[in-house]
Design a protein around this ligand. Structure first.
Ligand SMILES: Nc1nc2c(c(=O)[nH]1)N[C@H]1C(S)=C(S)[C@@H](COP(=O)(O)O)O[C@H]1N2
Ligand SMILES: [Mo]
Length: 230
């Protein structure tokens, strides 16, 4: 497809997705809760900057399942499939040709550290969804890492504008130990919802649990509700 046509399709589909999920997004806890748990001034979505039970770190701890896959950019692929109209597999070049978003957001790990003001560049999950067009029946995604990690996210969370598949952190390529070449970030949910070394996003018509969700972590993972375990 011509690049211009592709972009036009993305812009149109993005608007439709936004209006389809607008109401649901407005009702999500990290926007709607009127008694959120935490401390400090309100962040940009109105929540206390530090969620309950969290401590600020200036370092950036590394968490994984014991392997850090080494994926070269020229062999990296992102599969977008499941309940979508136009499944695709993107290579590195295709990925960089999509609209690029830069954003600064916070990172809240369930193991109680938070790292604030992290600057990222990447592609909005919203724009990837607009490219493949989730079917009307789609409600969740399941993200797969190259290390076989999985994690599930509802579409009203995944389509928020701060959910990105990032390749750049503070102006440099995302380090391998943090999920490079590309990982997902979910600033309004605990960070385990963001798959490192991301390889596949499957759109689902029912919720399916991921790796930690099957092992007792919360399905929903709302930091300002202390929603860590199920
Ligand atoms: N592919 C993959 N993604 C993953 C994980 C993992 O083990 N494998 N761990 C998750 C957890 S539990 C957290 S807290 C964050 C940690 O990201 P960091 O190592 O960059 O701090 O990545 C999440 N994404
Ligand atoms: Mo974690």
């Amino acid at each position: 497809m011509e690049e211009a046509d592709k972009l036009k399709r993305i812009v149109e589909a993005r608007m439709k997705l936004k209006s389809r999920f607008e109401e649901k997004m407005r009702l999500t806890p990290s926007v709607a809760d009127n008694k959120p748990k935490g401390s400090g001034n309100p962040n940009r979505h109105g929540m206390p900057v530090l969620p309950v039970g969290q401590t600020i770190t200036h370092k950036w701890p590394v968490l994984d399942l014991g392997i850090q896959p080494e994926i070269e950019k020229d062999e990296w692929q992102l599969i977008l499939d499941g309940a979508v109209e136009h499944p695709v597999t993107l290579n590195w070049e295709d990925f960089l040709a999509l609209p690029q978003t830069s954003d600064t957001s916070d990172f809240h790990c369930v193991t109680t550290w938070s790292k604030l003001n992290m600057n990222w560049v990447g592609v909005r999950l919203l724009d990837l969804a607009a490219l493949v067009q989730p079917k009307d029946t789609a409600t969740h995604i399941l993200c797969y890492g190259y290390d076989d990690y999985t994690t599930n996210v509802s579409l009203e969370e995944a389509l928020k504008p701060d959910v990105l598949l990032v390749h750049t952190f503070e102006g440099a390529p995302l380090p391998r130990e943090h999920g490079g070449p590309v990982r997902m970030i979910t600033p309004e949910l605990y960070a385990w919802k963001g798959a490192k070394w991301i390889h596949r996003i499957e759109f689902l018509t029912t919720n399916k649990l991921g790796f930690w969700e099957e092992r007792g972590y919360s399905n929903t993972a709302y930091p300002w509700r202390n929603d860590r375990y199920s």
